[in-house]
Design a protein around this ligand. Structure first.
Ligand SMILES: NC(=O)c1ccc[n+]([C@@H]2O[C@H](COP(=O)([O-])OP(=O)(O)OC[C@H]3O[C@@H](n4cnc5c(N)ncnc54)[C@H](OP(=O)(O)O)[C@@H]3O)[C@@H](O)[C@H]2O)c1
Length: 299
């Protein structure tokens, strides 16, 4: 088994590396030696020739694509670049993976939906992205499904945070220590997802017979933490755990305009992934505590 993980310096890429290196989630047929982690230095998704050159000399059984253009607001200005990385590169990867008779796991986002539903989104709900980032991620999903009608899997996740990189938890911890009060939007609901939990889910899936057997129809799955909160409540909980005395004022999305619109409802139903792969869904509060304990140890 040779397993390629792209985006080695990103939140999810680093979380998978952490789990693989501690050997907790990989089975007897896999060792950390089976995993190859690459960043843009080795495989630059902006460049068609970089992608084809890399795969000329490298063959894999599974590719987990954690790399993406993730700057949601900047994507409004850099839609072409975001489209190259989130759409065209995924299409090219899918074509290469298909020729290598390998399998591909593509990570996607709740931002493919417009957020107008009042229920958690099912995989069968119709996407309707409301920002450039969401449009490029959806285009990537569609290209993947066309090029690889079998042997691929799309996992949509939401509100990813971790001890790595930039994310809401780390931003709040910094702001909470600098300021006496901050304003955080209270009319966008979602489920925070700890990247380590998602890494564990992915490592479970690649061990599963339903994924390993070649010829399975390409499917989409939703994965996020368990629970339903607003960004405002999330910020309050972060400060509570860290005992930070900073007032968190609720504001509406209208009062806090951003270049990219965000869905009002980002909730994803996890029923399908639980049923098919028997994946355990972690409670968002316990995962947040776990992440913050690690962040504290790193200080
Ligand atoms: N973060 C969220 O809240 C969230 C929510 C829903 C879905 N997702 C999806 O989850 C996945 C993982 O997200 P994440 O939070 O781990 O992202 P992240 O921390 O921003 O990491 C993305 C990685 O992609 C790499 N990358 C960017 N441009 C590249 C290029 N041209 N060539 C090669 N690599 C490139 C980055 O490399 P550098 O480090 O060199 O820049 C980075 O390591 C993505 O597919 C994302 O769309 C994220």
């Amino acid at each position: 088994m040779r397993i390629l993980v792209t985006g080695k310096n990103g939140q999810l890429g680093q979380s998978i590396q952490k789990r693989v290196n501690t050997d907790t989630k990989i089975d007897n047929n896999q060792s950390s030696n089976n995993f190859i982690f690459v960043g843009r230095e080795e495989l630059d998704l902006r460049s068609e020739s970089s992608i084809s050159h890399y795969f000329k000399n490298n063959k894999f059984d599974i590719i987990i694509n954690c790399a993406a253009y993730t700057k949601v607001d900047k994507a409004e200005q850099e839609a072409e670049l975001a489209n190259q990385i989130n759409h065209l590169a995924v299409k090219q990867l899918a074509s290469i993976v298909s020729n290598q008779q390998a399998r591909l796991i593509q990570i996607s986002t709740d931002y493919v939906f417009d957020g107008e539903s009042n229920k958690p989104y099912l995989e069968t709900d119709t996407p309707n992205p409301i920002n450039a980032y969401g449009r490029t991620k959806l285009a990537g999903e569609k290209a993947l499904q066309t090029v690889m009608p079998i042997n691929a899997l799309i996992i949509r996740t939401s509100w990813l945070y971790s001890e790595y990189g930039n994310n809401f938890v780390k931003t709040m911890l910094r702001l909470g220590k600098e300021r006496d009060e901050i304003s955080v939007v209270s009319d966008q609901m979602g489920s925070p997802t700890y990247a380590t939990d998602l890494a564990d889910a992915i490592l479970e899936i690649i061990k599963h017979k339903k994924f390993r057997d070649l010829g399975q129809t390409t499917q989409t799955y939703h994965y996020s933490g368990e629970g339903e909160i607003s960004w405002h409540e999330f910020a309050k909980e972060i400060f509570k755990i860290e005992k930070i005395e900073c007032e968190v004022n609720p504001v509406t999305s209208q009062q806090y305009p951003t270049p990219a619109k965000r869905p009002r409802n980002s909730l994803l139903s996890q029923d399908k992934i639980v049923e098919v792969f028997n994946i355990k869904i972690s409670n968002w509060e316990s995962s947040l505590n776990a992440c913050m304990t690690i962040l504290k140890q790193k200080q």
